[in-house]
Design a protein. Structure first.
Length: 254
């Protein structure tokens, strides 16, 4: 299946973008404020996402979500993107927020990781304010969840399931990214996995050599030195290995 390309600035070892400060609740934000309040990476846009055969389906699906008319979810909801770390999932989520900020500033967007969701729910329990926690999700038009494979615990999953069902039933868009497809989310309840497979599931495959070259060239053009990028992401490591074999690495650095 066509898959989505490695993001130029995503790092497997780095934490994913968070919607707010470390101690803040994941408040809904307008798309127009996404860059300032959600910790988005402004460099991760559709324009900086290099499309190839390995990622074109995921890219097209996210673009369709970004361009959907206000109040109307696209025909696939949820959209579930899975791929290895470093292949571009977070880049696409960032790009979606950037596009919504530009074209639909009135839409409410929430972008957070599964770990952030769990932390916020635990804080709501401690403060005995789960109603406010639940209400936050009722206010959003687009919910983006990254690193979904880390969602743990029955109570956490039930809470997410309630929010998920409420949004999908109300035709609010949900986009989820994970390292594995829904069927392989062994820690997730079977009914929740079934719901996740009810929309569109797309994967991001290993990019071909031509795309890897373009990704590497883009990194270098952006001013990153070879020693800074050579161990950053799997696609870049592969690109460097192939280029070294062909004697092209020295030419790229000049």
């Amino acid at each position: 299946m066509p898959a989505a390309r490695p993001a130029a600035s995503e790092r497997p070892s780095e934490a994913r973008p968070q919607p707010a400060g470390a101690d803040a609740e994941p408040q809904p934000i307008s798309a127009g404020q996404a860059g300032e309040r959600s910790g988005l990476d402004a460099s991760q846009t559709f324009e900086t996402f290099m499309v190839g055969a390995s990622n074109q389906l995921a890219h097209a699906a996210v673009c369709r979500v970004a361009d959907a008319a206000p109040g109307a979810a696209v025909s696939f909801n949820p959209l579930f993107i899975h791929a290895q770390s470093g292949f571009g999932k977070t880049h696409l989520l960032n790009a979606l927020c950037q596009r919504l900020r530009e074209r639909r500033p009135d839409r409410k967007v929430m972008f957070l990781t599964a770990e952030r969701f769990m932390y916020s729910f635990v804080m709501a329990l401690r403060q005995r304010d789960t109603i406010s926690f639940k209400d936050q999700f009722q206010a959003v038009d687009v919910l983006l969840i990254d690193d979904f494979q880390f969602l743990q615990g029955k109570a956490m999953q039930q809470e997410f399931c309630h929010a998920f069902n409420s949004l999908v039933d109300a035709r609010r868009q949900v986009v989820i990214a994970a390292d594995v497809p829904p069927a392989q989310l062994d820690a997730i309840d079977m009914r929740m996995r079934s719901r996740l497979m009810g929309g569109l599931v797309v994967d991001i495959e290993l990019p071909d050599l031509e795309l890897r070259r373009r990704i590497l060239a883009g990194e270098l053009q952006a001013g990153e030195r070879i020693r800074e990028v050579q161990f950053s992401r799997t696609p870049l490591r592969l690109a460097l290995g192939e280029l070294e074999k062909e004697g092209l690495l020295e030419r790229l650095q000049t």
